[in-house]
Every structure is written in C-alpha cells, then in structure tokens.
Design a protein around this ligand. Sequence first.
Ligand SMILES: NC(=O)c1ccc[n+]([C@@H]2O[C@H](COP(=O)([O-])OP(=O)(O)OC[C@H]3O[C@@H](n4cnc5c(N)ncnc54)[C@H](OP(=O)(O)O)[C@@H]3O)[C@@H](O)[C@H]2O)c1
Length: 327
Amino acid sequence: MLAVEVSSPGGPEVLKIVERPRPEPGPKEVVIEVHAAGVNRPDCAQRQGTYPPPPGASDILGLEVSGRIVAIGKEVKRWKVGDFICALVNGGGYAEYVAVPEGQCLPIPDDMDLVQAAALPETFFTVWTNVFESAGLKNGESILIHGGSGGIGTTAIQLAHAFGAKVFTTVGKEESVAQCKELGANVVIEYKKEDFVTVIKDQTAGKGVDVILDMVGGEYFRRNLTCLSLKGRLVQIATIQGAAVELDLRVMMAKRLTLMGSTLRPRSSEEKTKIADSLLQRVWPLLNDGRLQPVIYKTFPLSQVKEAHELMESSAHTGKIVLLVKK
Ligand SMILES: NC(=O)c1ccc[n+]([C@@H]2O[C@H](COP(=O)([O-])OP(=O)(O)OC[C@H]3O[C@@H](n4cnc5c(N)ncnc54)[C@H](OP(=O)(O)O)[C@@H]3O)[C@@H](O)[C@H]2O)c1
C-alpha cells in the first residue's frame, strides 16, 4: 500500500510517499480501506520530531480517517466487513489501509460524506474529553476558546454553543471572525488587534469566564488566569508559545481555580473507547441531525501532503484540512 513516511525530522519537504506492507488486524482490531484522512497540528509536530508516536503506534503519520472496513479480527463484535466508519487511529492514517481497535471507530453521521467524516475524530475526541469530561463545561457557563479558527477551535465553538455555553474565542485573522460567529461564538476577539484580557473583563463585567481551552501557553498562561472567574477551570492541550510558565499560587488559591491539561494520543484504547461511547451517545445525535458539522477548509490528494502541511503551518486556514487517500 502507499503511505506517507517522515524520511527524517524536518519541514514539509521530508514527507515521502512510500510502499509499505498492508496491516493485518489484531484480535480486537478492524482494517480500514482509507477514503480520507484529517490533517492535524500534532502531525506537523511529529514530522518535526517533537511529538514521537507512543510505543506500539505506527510511525506513519495520521490520527483520523474515514473509510470502509475490509478485514476484522477474531474478537471484533461491533463491526463487520463492508461497514463505512470514521476512526481515531493511533497513527498510520496517511495510508491506503490502517488497523485500529474497534472501540475507536464511530459510524458515519447521517447525510455526511466520507470527507467530512474524516475530519471529525481527532477534534471531537479532544474537545469532548477536555472541555466537557475534564473541565465540566455546563449549560449557562462561559468559555474562552483560543485558536478559534483551527480544527480544534471550530469544533470547540460548535460544541460549547450547542451545549448552551456563552462562547468567547480568539482569532489571528479578520477572515475568521464571521465564520466563528456563524459557528456559534458570541464574541470573537482578534488577538493581534485587541487585548483578550481587556475584552473578557469588559464583556463579563469583571467576572471572567468559567472555562478556558488553551493551546498557546507561554505568556498566555498568566493572562488566562486573569480571565478566569471564581472556581474557573483552565484546560491546556498544547504549548505553541512555550511550556515553562510561572504560577503565582496566590491567584490560584484566591480564585479557587482548577488547572488541568491532557494529551489524547498516549491514552489506552480502553480510555479512547469510553470517549467514543460518550460521543456516540451525546454528540452523534447532533451530527446526525445536522446541528453540528465539521468545517472543511481545503482537501488535497495524498500526493500533495507536503502542500497540506505547508497550508496548516501558514495558519491561513479556518477549519480542517483533509487528505483524499482513495483514488
Ligand atoms: N492535547 C491533545 O490531545 C491535542 C489533540 C489535538 C490537537 N492538539 C493541539 O491543539 C492545537 C490545535 O490543533 P489543530 O489541529 O486545531 O491546529 P490548527 O488547525 O492549525 O489550529 C491552530 C490555530 O492556532 C492558532 N495559532 C497558531 N499559532 C499561534 C500562536 N503563536 N499564538 C496564538 N494562536 C496561534 C492559529 O489560528 P490563528 O492564525 O487564527 O491565530 C491556528 O489556526 C495544536 O497545538 C495541537 O497540537 C492537542
């Protein structure tokens, strides 16, 4: 089969399309003939050598796919050969075939095509487990979502809005403002033109927001704490601007804050299956009736994977970038 390999850590030019053996299913795995694969920022980090795959995971890039099941392991109960699904894979998504534990697969939502479905798993699993399961965002609360224009951001805005939260988001480019509002953001802050701390204080009458979803870190950390309300929760999912930060413990104590963070990829298949089951029950009905939809910015054939990574790293996109794998 054809697959995308990182020839050596570096820029998008190190991505090479190579021949690899087709995977066989383990006892609890299915093999998917990949139709499309989502591109995610962590793929760029893996390519650069700063986010190595966890032990046992494929070295081939790609964390999410859609496609048709072509083989199943002996103990597989949920799926059969021929089913069309989307899946959170542990690696190996940028390839014609990938093996994945059955519990990490979900049905294609009604009226959704395979390209849209390939754009769901990574951001929906990440946002659901961090914002709703860990930070416990509730109906009537408020949330500040940084990176609102990205794949994670566009999913987080829609989910938070759908579950009744007031949504604040930050974006770097003017073109993203209207789209984030359409997705459900109440207030969109252009962080290059406005100070997000000032806007949050003004808009909340000094109270602050209940939850912040942050992937920036660095100097955002101190400013995020300023924006949190009493009993606010900060959930950190990446550190684009730096991981080492200074914490004034008195701020945490005075506001009774909860600081948390997580990475999805190293979690066990059992944990990922639990998230999938919760998504199926709570979120898939909203995808089935069209209330939530992935935002697809651009698709590329697998042969243009280099261009897809260049686009992601330019941050010119709003929403998701998807690779078309099946010819
Ligand atoms: N912890 C986890 O389990 C997990 C899982 C998936 C993803 N992630 C992380 O979540 C982040 C978003 O992933 P994604 O796939 O949604 O990527 P993405 O589509 O590229 O979105 C990231 C957005 O962040 C903004 N951004 C980039 N550099 C920035 C900076 N220096 N300061 C402020 N904003 C900046 C950009 O929007 P603007 O140009 O509008 O600023 C960009 O569109 C990544 O850092 C990724 O590693 C974490």
